[in-house]
Design a protein around this ligand. Structure first.
Ligand SMILES: [Zn+2]
Length: 260
């Protein structure tokens, strides 16, 4: 069985210096591929270094919405880093809109999100989207500013209606640990609905550890619990579901099997 964790953060301080163990544990649990997601210039550099070091590890670079509240921000590093590291950078991300919390500047977030869509189109990369409390603005942007090389709604947490809109726009939906939680009704309906060719799985580790380990530090090895839960919802075997989602992720990120 081969699993693909489509989104996590290996550089998070919760991992201390245990990166070797985290990757080994992933491999030992059938997680052959992982995408390590940057949040700003520094973490984008780190995910590239880590992807160059570990087998099966790829990365996404970009500027997280929380860092896009200012009018002027420097996004020039994205193209620069990509051009020097095309072997490991497989997407722009995570980028998007986050209207949760204080000091949110919606206009600036939208502006810098659109700028990054344009960079992704120029570099011919897909996009990993973070969307929190911003469904309507997100849909409007995705309808007007065409993403040319695919996008995924990471850690999907919106309603079934929004999921339908995303699928209509050609997007992928990635489901994380919360689908295993007791109060997951809405997300279970989403998982049931999403067509098999548009579904990805992820951990968003070190956060959102799935049941039965909820509350602990999460890691890619645990993506199997989430995959098992969705396989049950889809009434198929874990083996079959893993095969489909791994194929989807390889296609989405344009990773050739013989590269890994
Ligand atoms: Zn994330």
């Amino acid at each position: 069985m081969i699993l693909f964790d489509s989104h996590f953060h290996l550089y998070d301080e919760k991992y201390g210096n245990e990166q070797d163990e985290i990757i080994k544990n992933a491999h030992d649990n059938g997680v052959k591929y992982m995408v390590n997601i940057g949040l700003d210039e520094d973490t984008s550099k780190t995910v590239i270094e880590q992807a160059n070091k570990y087998e099966g590890l790829y990365c996404a670079i970009g500027m997280y919405p929380e860092y896009c509240n200012d009018d002027e921000i420097d996004l020039t590093y994205i193209e620069r880093l990509y051009n020097d590291n095309k072997n490991v950078v497989v997407a722009l991300g995570e980028i998007g809109l986050d209207y949760h919390g204080e000091d949110v500047n919606k206009e600036n977030q939208k502006k810098h999100f659109i700028e990054q869509i344009e960079i992704a189109n120029k570099l011919e990369l897909p996009i990993c989207i973070h969307n929190r409390d911003a469904d309507m603005d997100m849909l409007e942007i995705l309808k007007i500013h065409k993403v040319n090389n695919g996008f995924v709604m990471h850690c999907f947490s919106s309603s079934l209606e929004i999921a339908k809109e995303i699928i209509k726009l050609g997007g992928y939906i990635s489901i994380a640990g919360p689908v295993t939680f007791k109060n997951a009704r809405g997300l279970i309906d989403v998982a049931k609905y999403v067509p098999l060719e548009k579904i990805l799985v992820e951990t968003d580790a070190p956060y959102l550890c799935p049941e039965p380990l909820r509350g602990r530090r999460n890691e890619p090895a645990n993506v199997r619990f989430t995959a098992q839960k969705i396989a049950d919802i889809k009434e198929m075997s874990l083996e079959e579901f893993s095969q489909i989602t791994t194929k989807n992720a390889l296609e989405f990120y344009k990773i050739k099997k013989d590269e890994a």
